[in-house]
Design a protein around this ligand. Structure first.
Ligand SMILES: CC(C)(COP(=O)(O)OP(=O)(O)OC[C@H]1O[C@@H](n2cnc3c(N)ncnc32)[C@H](O)[C@@H]1OP(=O)(O)O)[C@@H](O)C(=O)NCCC(=O)NCCS
Length: 116
C-alpha cells in the first residue's frame, strides 16, 4: 500500500555554490560518508550531491512532515546496477522507501514513494 509520495528538483549550481562556501561542514552535515564517497568518485560530484539532496527532500515530502528527521537519517545508496536505494535510519521503521533519481548538468530531480 502506498503511504506517501514526494518529489523534488534542485539546481545543481545551488549545491555547488554551497559546497564551495561551506565545504566539509556542509557535506558532513547533510550526507553520509558513503554518499560523499559515491559523489566524489564521479567526474561532476555536485550533480550526485544535488541528486541525493533532492532525494532526501523527496523523502521528507513523502513523510508529509519533517520534524525530528535529520538529513543523515535518510541514507541514499546504489545497488550493483546503479539503482538508488533508500535506507531510513530509524530501526523501528518497517516501511519501504523507493526512490528514483535523474540529473542533467543543470538540474537534479528525485522522487520517493513510501509503502507499507
Ligand atoms: C540506468 C540508466 C537508465 C540511467 O539513465 P541516464 O539517463 O544515464 O541518467 P539519469 O541522469 O537519468 O539518471 C542517473 C541516475 O539513475 C539512477 N540509476 C542508475 N542505474 C540505475 C538502474 N539500474 N535502475 C534505476 N536507476 C538507476 C542513479 O540514481 C543515477 O544517479 P546517481 O548515480 O547520482 O545515483 C542508464 O544508466 C542506462 O540506460 N544504463 C544501461 C542499462 C541498464 O543498466 N539498465 C538497468 C535496468 S535493466
Amino acid at each position: 500500500m502506498i503511504l506517501g509520495t514526494g518529489i523534488d528538483i534542485i539546481e545543481i549550481e545551488r549545491i555547488e555554490k554551497t559546497i564551495k562556501k561551506w565545504g566539509k561542514d556542509f557535506l558532513e552535515y547533510v550526507f553520509t560518508a558513503e554518499e560523499i564517497a559515491y559523489a566524489q568518485k564521479h567526474k561532476y560530484p555536485a550533480q550526485h550531491f544535488a541528486a541525493r539532496f533532492a532525494a532526501k527532500e523527496a523523502v521528507l515530502k513523502a513523510f508529509g512532515k519533517n520534524s525530528h528527521i535529520h538529513w543523515k537519517d535518510i541514507k541514499i545508496t546504489n545497488d550493483k546496477h546503479g539503482k538508488p536505494l533508500c535506507i531510513y535510519g530509524n530501526k523501528k521503521f518497517k516501511k519501504k522507501i523507493f526512490i528514483s533519481i535523474s540529473h542533467t548538468h543543470v538540474y537534479a530531480v528525485a522522487s520517493a514513494t513510501i509503502t507499507s
